[in-house]
Design a binder for this molecule. Structure first.
Ligand SMILES: C[S@@+](CC[C@H](N)C(=O)[O-])C[C@H]1O[C@@H](n2cnc3c(N)ncnc32)[C@H](O)[C@@H]1O
Length: 264
């Protein structure tokens, strides 16, 4: 049985894909601060170093971080640290500097990295990230699809999501067990337009999706809402009582939430 690479280390070995991923950040990076998550052996880093005004890379593996420092010298900043502990705000040069994030992510912490990016969304303009295909499908899913759930709603509350390309295992060394998809997330939070506050609304969405097979009514009852309040909120949102959360768009979920927290 082949050993799983440590720290999700599947290195990209398709040069066209490397170019396409960097291009997806935007052609002109001459005034941008770019942050690469998990540069590894530098396949993407090499292209970025030629184009970005400023490049900061965050690599957890000490041997890789050392060899990146030796290879790129002072032309880039190498941070040897777990990305989940890096305060992205501190990488900006000014409050107006909004970071461009890029990375062929270590798949074992994809969701944690996404949440970390969203927690710092004010510091970010765009993120181009490669994730496992099935996870990309969930992030980009629309209401009514099997893949639509908490991850889709969370991502789409913070960003416009585009699927750019899917790569086969053979484009990596060693090849992973899965296909990989590149996503572009353009940060555009929707909380204000929906009239909801982020922490409260995300907690509510979690309750709606608590058990995907249950109806919304049952999930909300289990979360402690009164049957009459649920009925009223569904009516206000124009939703059937036996609807399931996976069929409800963001506006519908927000309308339900606003009704349910309204003082009686
Ligand atoms: C899928 S590889 C991508 C490497 C390179 N960017 C490429 O495309 O060939 C993921 C990289 O993330 C690094 N990594 C894993 N966990 C990390 C973490 N928590 N913080 C920062 N880097 C991490 C790994 O060491 C590895 O270099």
């Amino acid at each position: 049985m082949p050993q799983k690479p440590k720290l999700g280390q599947n290195f990209l070995v398709n040069p066209q894909a490397c170019h396409a991923i960097v291009d997806a950040l935007g052609r002109d990076l001459s005034s941008a601060t770019v942050v690469e998550i998990g540069p590894g052996k530098g396949a993407i880093t090499e292209l970025l170093a030629q184009r970005a005004a400023r490049l900061v890379v965050v690599e957890l593996d000490s041997l890789l971080a050392t060899s990146l420092r030796a290879r790129f010298g002072d032309s880039i900043q190498v941070i040897h640290q777990d990305i989940l502990t890096v305060d992205l705000d501190t990488l900006r040069q000014s409050p107006a500097d909004r970071l461009l994030i890029i990375g062929n992510l270590p798949y074992y912490i994809t969701s944690d990295i996404l949440l970390h990016l969203f927690a710092h969304h004010q510091a970010i303009r765009t993120a181009v990230i490669m994730v496992q295909r099935e996870v990309a499908d969930r992030i980009a899913a629309h209401p009514g699809s099997r893949d639509y759930g908490m991850l889709s709603v969370t991502a789409q509350l913070y960003a416009e999501v585009e699927k750019l390309m899917t790569l086969p295992p053979a484009d990596f060394s060693p090849p992973p067990d899965v296909h990989s998809t590149v996503l572009r997330l353009t940060i555009a939070p929707r909380f204000q337009a929906l009239g909801v506050s982020p922490a409260e609304f995300l907690a509510f969405v979690r309750q709606c999706f608590a058990q995907k097979r249950k109806t919304l009514r049952n999930n909300l009852r289990a979360a402690g809402y009164q049957p009459a309040a649920i009925e009223n909120a569904c009516q206000e949102a124009g939703l059937q009582l036996d609807a399931r959360a996976e069929g409800i768009d963001m506006e519908g979920l927000a309308s339900l939430h606003r009704s349910l927290i309204k003082p009686l």
